[in-house]
Design a protein around this ligand. Structure first.
Ligand code: FAD
Length: 464
């Protein structure tokens, strides 16, 4: 038995960042992880592998669609799928090994195996029980099934995102159930690689919760790229035939039932918190109705000395949100007073174009009865975007009508996921749209579109 200041359960972005921050703050720390490699969902079967495939497939698309227009003569690209998957695996390996290196550097013990909490102050891993003054649960999430539908996921023909990241071959026909971020990213990968992709979404539009104007635009652009998108449709059944699957769905407006065949069906209807095997019931840790671990503003659960962070608690299921909570709980345990502004957590969809958001949507401001103004700027008016052949999309900034303080920003366009951060920083500092508009931006950059959208909140942009 070993004794620690802190034991973290789960080595995803929440858990591993928490463990490193604890160690940096002088706490004797261990991290329990049942997977073969560190890094959790994000590094192994989430953010990182999906971005490796998005990047590779984006280059295929560029070569097929834009090279000729730029005067690049090359033979049509051929995809070696096995090699693309091994490129993705190499990227995963480099990242997970990187976390292992950081654990060693910070003298964090990796307790290999699945952990449970037999009582407060104790963590059991395999046959061994370890002691800890503080236990942090960062056990993450798992893919959800389709609510109310008959479906068996075999990870071969009917897959979650995990199976979709290692299909033995590129499917001819893929049906994606759920038009959220994960489904659209992976759907885009296969579309670019030649699959016929149909997305079936229950709501009346894709990416529910996103600023509606941006979401409508996004849907149009994806359709233009060849993605078939059926909205307002409830999937009731996914049957696995020998080498295919049949999806049955009903249109919500009139109940009309349809079926569609596919070589692969990707179920991407969201994720659910993962708490299996931790022994939370016996320990007396309270869960919310949605199965998340209930915590207070200091990430404390209902059991003293036991904390929870990341996907397993409420809030957006995002790696950077988990990381920030990991850092914050470590600092709280060390006696500091960190603070996370949950209103300024960016969200990004890594399709082409990318979509990035932070803060309030227009719908949220309307619902709150807040007086606001909108500044927009189209990438058609941005020289750099034109030079990149990526002038689809626009920047939209929402600012308080009276004070001009930035309340939210939504970007659909090239490198939106990078550009959003200047708005995050501005919002952290309580900046006005005019502050952004008066900040000199390098030319030619896509970020100039952000500046011009900020100008549009005032006297107006220059290039529109
Ligand atoms: P996780 O990363 O899920 O890690 C939890 C870890 O705990 C796991 O490794 C698990 O094995 C381990 N564990 C669980 N129980 C135990 C136990 N009892 N004992 C030992 N170990 C245990 N987010 C983004 O921000 N950007 C993206 O681009 C993005 N892309 C994604 C793409 C896909 C396909 C998916 C599925 C997710 C994506 N996400 C993305 C979401 C992101 O992966 C999660 O929000 C993030 O991983 C949550 O971190 P976490 O530390 O809370 O949990």
């Amino acid at each position: 038995m070993a004794s620690y200041d802190v034991i973290v359960i789960g080595a995803g972005p929440g858990g591993y960042v928490c463990a490193i921050r604890c160690a940096q703050l002088g706490l004797k720390t261990a991290c329990v992880e049942g997977r073969e490699t560190l890094g959790g969902t994000c590094l192994n079967v989430g953010c990182i592998p999906s971005k490796a495939l998005l990047h590779a497939s984006h280059l295929v698309h560029e070569a097929e669609h834009n090279f000729d227009a730029m005067g690049i003569k090359a033979a049509a690209p051929k995809v070696d799928w096995e090699k693309m998957l091994s490129f993705k695996d190499d990227v995963i390996g480099a990242n997970t090994k990187g976390v292992e290196f950081l654990f060693k550097k910070n003298k964090i013990d990796w307790l290999k195996g699945w952990g449970s909490i037999p009582e407060a102050g104790k963590v059991k891993v395999g046959g061994e029980v370890h002691e800890a003054k503080h236990i942090i649960i960062a056990s993450g999430s798992d893919a959800a099934s389709i609510p109310g539908a008959e479906v068996t996921i075999d990870e071969k023909i009917v897959v979650t995102s995990t199976g979709a990241l290692e299909l033995p071959k590129i499917p001819k026909k893929m049906v994606v159930v759920g038009g959220g971020v994960i489904g659209l990213e992976l759907g885009s990968v296969y579309k670019r690689l030649g699959s016929e992709v149909t997305v079936i979404e229950f709501m009346d539009g894709i990416t529910p919760g996103m600023d509606a104007e941006i979401a409508r635009n996004f849907q149009k652009i994806l359709k233009k790229q060849g993605l078939e998108i059926i909205t307002g449709a409830a999937v009731s059944k996914v049957e696995t035939l020998k080498t295919k699957a049949k999806v049955t769905y009903a249109m919500r407006k009139d109940g009309a039932e349809n079926t569609i065949d596919a070589d692969v069906v990707l179920v991407s209807t969201g994720r659910v918190p993962y708490t299996e095997g931790l022994g939370l019931d016996a320990l007396g840790v309270k869960l919310t109705k949605r199965g998340q671990i209930e915590v207070d503003a200091h990430y404390r659960t209902s059991v003293p000395g036991v904390y929870a962070i990341g996907d397993v608690i409420e809030g957006p299921m995002l790696a950077h949100k988990a990381e920030d909570e990991g850092g914050a709980v470590a600092e709280m345990i060390a006696g500091q007073k960190p603070h996370i502004d949950y209103n300024i957590i960016p969200g990004v969809v890594y399709t082409t174009p990318e979509v990035a958001s932070v803060g309030a949507t227009e719908e949220q401001l309307k619902e709150a009865g807040r007086a606001y103004k909108v500044g927009k700027f189209n990438f058609m008016g941005n020289g750099r975007a034109k030079a990149m052949m990526q002038s689809d999309g626009f920047v939209k900034i929402l600012a308080d009508k009276e004070t001009d303080r930035i309340l939210g920003a939504h970007i659909i366009g090239p490198v939106a996921g990078e550009m959003i951060h200047e708005i995050c920083v501005a919002m952290e500092f309580g900046a006005s749209a005019e502050d952004l508009a008066r900040t000199c931006h390098a030319h030619p950059t896509t970020s100039e579109a952000v500046r011009e959208a900020a100008m549009a909140c005032g006297d107006g942009p220059i290039h529109a």
